[in-house]
Ligand binder design. Structure first.
Ligand code: SF4
Ligand code: SF4
Length: 462
């Protein structure tokens, strides 16, 4: 299944030539264009939030000139394919500061797979002998040595579990359900890992943490170091192969296992099912097995939700591409695409509406949501490679939370959490940042009416 970046770019040639350079991918609509007053709001960096269409490509907003917007990158891909341009460090420095957020793919009416093109371009650039930027080289070196990009010792990957009294779940023999924690929740945002385990424990789920889990490889698929990504993928598949079901609490890890691994692995099919943990909570609410308890501290708080790009847009666009690939009449199937995407974006909102009903929070959506959601700035190797740009982008997202008077911003990804938290501190947005499950665990909100059986869980995602 291993293909070079140039081979992948050639496979995407039709997409590249479908680009008419209209630049519609530069903008995204507000989710509620008739909402009044938001045009008067000025953000921390002096940005005024408008009603209607606004710039939505973080790379273009940051650099401001043609090549950095998506349309410019597609033009670079076309020039590489036609032989009019060669890979150089200058080309690398234009195609790398892109968060691979997929906003451009979501906005493109021609359904061009822009992120696939950008990732193939980056891999081809590296294969052409152009070195990765130093920060990415460092992250790759650390991961090759220690199996994680943070420089944490392998034996300390599950230290948080031991400290939180969850040691019995490490290599819990006989469990059919696994929890892939990922590097950020293992070495940085341990609150997310602990909350996820405690919710599983409260629900009576017999699960295992796998001692041999390693980085999912997402950063390396994104920046073009595909060999490293595949090595990590193979280690994880070997470590998790005895399980029937794997849960995730990180948007990037979930997307990488679910969407990327099958494209790169032998046989093209994972030997276990995958699900993000918040989806389990959402499904149990719908099945009326769980509710939430009232909470005085949270009552009346304005709570908003940030859709992680990897969880929302990337998964949604993959579903769209699958329908397109099988469609005999795209006009007829466009309604199905809208329905499938809407259902997917409703999953976390089911949790937030139940919290509103039971706990008394005021769930309020931000200015741009769902497919039009603005990125937190962390992905695509940008947080590691271009920290200042990454945090400025995150601050723009937090402006949208401030504009609707939010007290708390929730999300379902430890990597988004980290960037939103750091930008909140640096730019003084005055918000509280929570993972959705972290908030549920911190305030002990879970009100369990009936625990799910193992069979019920294993049948999910059929
Ligand atoms: S990628 Fe799509 S929206 Fe963007 S310029 Fe090309 S055709 Fe237009
Ligand atoms: S993936 Fe995101 S940052 Fe990259 S070009 Fe598209 S909209 Fe811009």
């Amino acid at each position: 299944m291993s293909k070079t970046g140039m081979e992948r770019l050639k496979e995407l040639e039709k997409d590249v030539y479908k680009c008419i350079h209209c630049k519609a991918c530069r903008f995204a609509y507000s989710g509620e264009p008739d909402r009044k007053g938001i045009g008067e709001f000025t953000g921390k960096q002096g940005t005024v939030l408008y009603e209607g269409m606004v710039d939505a490509c973080p790379a273009g907003i940051e650099h401001g000139w043609e090549a950095f917007w998506n349309a410019g990158k597609i033009w670079i891909a076309r020039s590489i394919l036609s032989g009019d341009l060669e890979f150089t460090e200058e080309v690398r420095d234009v195609i790398m500061p892109c968060i691979t957020c997929g906003q451009c793919a979501a906005q493109c009416e021609n359904k061009i797979r822009t992120v696939d093109i950008i990732e193939a371009l980056r891999a081809a650039c590296k294969e052409a002998g152009v070195p990765m930027i130093e920060r990415h080289q460092l992250v790759e070196r650390l991961t090759k040595e220690l199996n994680n990009p943070y420089g944490g010792k392998a034996e300390e990957r599950f230290k948080w579990a031991k400290d939180a009294g969850l040691e019995k779940y490490i290599d819990n023999k006989g469990a059919k359900i696994g929890y892939y924690v990922g590097c950020t929740a293992s070495y940085r945002q341990i609150e997310i890992a602990i909350a996820t385990c405690k919710i599983f424990e409260d629900l009576g789920i017999d699960f295992t943490l796998i001692r041999d889990e390693v980085c999912c490889g997402s950063p390396f698929f994104r920046v073009g170091a595909v060999d490293t990504a595949q090595e990590l993928m193979n280690k994880n598949i070997e470590a998790f192969k005895g399980l029937e079901f794997a849960f995730f609490s990180c948007a990037g890890c979930y997307k990488t296992f679910t969407n990327d691994y099958p494209k790169w692995m032998e046989g093209g099919k994972l030997p276990f099912k995958t699900m993000h943990a918040f989806e389990l909570v959402s499904r149990l609410i719908t099945a009326e097995k769980i509710k939430f308890k009232p909470n005085k501290e949270l009552k009346g708080k304005v709570v908003t939700y940030h859709d992680p790009c990897h969880l929302g847009r990337h998964m949604a666009l993959e579903m769209e591409q699958e329908i397109i690939a099988e469609s005999k009449n795209l006009m007829m199937d466009s309604r199905k695409i809208r329905q499938v995407i809407n259902e997917w974006y409703e999953v976390p909102r089911i949790v937030l509406r139940q919290l509103e009903q039971d706990v008394g929070i005021k769930f309020t959506e931000m200015y741009r949501i769902k497919l039009d959601s603005f990125c937190c700035g962390a992905g695509g190797g940008v947080r590691a490679g271009y920290a200042e740009f990454s945090l400025k982008t995150s601050s723009l997202r937090l402006d949208e939370a401030n504009a609707i008077g939010a007290d708390i911003i929730t999300t379902e990804c430890p990597f988004c959490w980290r960037n939103l938290y750091d930008a909140n501190e640096q730019f003084g947005h005055g918000l509280t940042v929570y993972g959705l499950l972290e908030m549920i665990d911190t305030f002990k909100l879970l009100d369990i009416k009936e625990k799910p059986t193992l069979e019920e869980i294993l049948k999910m995602k059929e």
